[in-house]
Design a binder for this molecule. Structure first.
Ligand code: NAI
Length: 331
């Protein structure tokens, strides 16, 4: 039998946490033959609720779950973890300035970075979910210099999956037959969902999404804004932000990273930019990636038309500004 993998979920008493931990315990993230030990961190006001989640994990009698650590102590939470899913953060409340929210999250991610750096297992893989996800991941990277930058990522897979879902609905095809959409940039409303290279598997072979849709006005208009604003639409409908889809997408992100993407398929991940596609190096930016042997690689050589170029640049500019704002909170 395989040795258990230790998976940290921060903000585990929150609503994404509540959807995510049972998925991990059922093998959705790492496979049905991979035992796991869950580490759950939250803050003291949520300690009682966190303990309730732990009770439910015991009650669910998950065969793959070999242990649960539920704590408000960041060192205990980070010790020995192989995978860290960072969902905890400070939410923007009505009337708060952007800088105040950034400042709270910068201090959270700075201290959690140090704890991970000192106490996590070697080669720990990190996925930041909490917003502003790209910039929180960047802060984490800056303050955990001994964790390789390729190990620090943020979640844009939910946006990627939303794009697949929209195409599948539009074309009335199975979502599993649609692939290779791309989310470029920030996990925010400036993200660019790009279908220029996306395809659909049909009974007469692989077809381009652009050809099948045949409605450029939708692809360059309604499709993009629907994906960009889907998070807000969910909040409006549920009075709560997306949790089951965020949790499911976080599992997809880690599973593909660890176990690999299938041949001919790429996914979107927020990763440390090396300057590919003229995206400024040193930002955490969402790119199309393939994964093999536990490593991601940015897909190279895709053609970028003028429309796309502008959109890649707009979201990069926003990330550059966010980075400057985050750094201004450090001083
Ligand atoms: P929530 O408010 O239900 O849960 C957040 C949890 O984090 C709370 O239990 C809170 O006590 C905890 N927390 C706060 N500070 C913490 C700290 N320093 N250490 C550990 N835990 C801490 O929020 P929800 O709905 O679960 O969302 C979590 C985050 O994920 C939010 O920032 C949200 O904006 C973001 N999000 C990101 C998505 C993405 O695609 N990247 C999609 C959906 C949400």
């Amino acid at each position: 039998a395989k040795d258990p993998v230790r998976v940290l979920v921060t903000g585990a008493a929150g609503q994404i946490g509540y959807a995510l931990v049972p998925m991990i315990a059922r093998g959705v993230m790492l496979g049905a033959d991979q035992p796991v030990i869950l580490h759950m961190l939250d803050i003291p006001p949520a300690a009682e609720a966190l303990n309730g989640v732990k009770m439910e994990l015991v009650d669910a009698a998950f065969p793959l779950l070999k242990g649960v650590v539920a704590t408000t102590d960041v060192v205990e939470a980070c010790t020995g973890v192989n995978i860290a899913v960072m969902v905890g953060g400070f939410p923007r409340k009505e009337g708060m300035e952007r800088k105040d929210v950034m400042s709270k999250n910068v201090s959270i991610y700075k201290s959690q970075a140090s704890a991970l750096e000192k106490h996590a297992a070697a080669n720990c893989k990190v996925l930041v979910v909490a917003n502003p996800a790209n910039t929180n991941a960047l802060i984490l990277k800056e303050f955990a210099p001994s964790i390789p930058e390729r190990n620090i990522t943020c979640l844009t897979r939910l946006d990627h999956n939303r794009a697949l879902g929209q195409i599948s609905e539009k074309l009335n095809v199975q979502v599993s037959d649609v692939k290779n959409v791309i989310i470029w940039g920030n996990h925010s409303s400036t993200q660019y969902p790009d279908v220029n290279h996306a395809t659909v598997n049909t009974s007469s072979g692989e077809k381009s999404v652009k050809e099948l849709v045949g409605d450029d006005a939708w692809l360059t208009g309604g499709f993009i804004t629907t994906v960009q604003q889907r998070g807000a639409a969910i909040i409006k409908a549920r009075k709560l932000s997306s949790a089951l889809s965020a949790a499911s997408s976080a599992c997809d992100h880690i599973r593909d990273w660890v176990l690999g993407t299938s041949q001919g398929t790429w996914v979107s991940m927020g990763v440390y930019s090396d300057g590919s596609y003229n995206v400024p190096a040193g930002l955490i930016y969402s790119f199309p990636v393939t994964c093999q042997n536990g490593e991601w690689k940015i897909v190279q050589g895709l053609s970028i038309d003028e429309f796309s170029r502008k959109k890649l640049d707009v979201t990069a500019e926003e990330l550059t500004e966010e980075k400057a704002l985050a750094y201004s909170c450090l001083t």
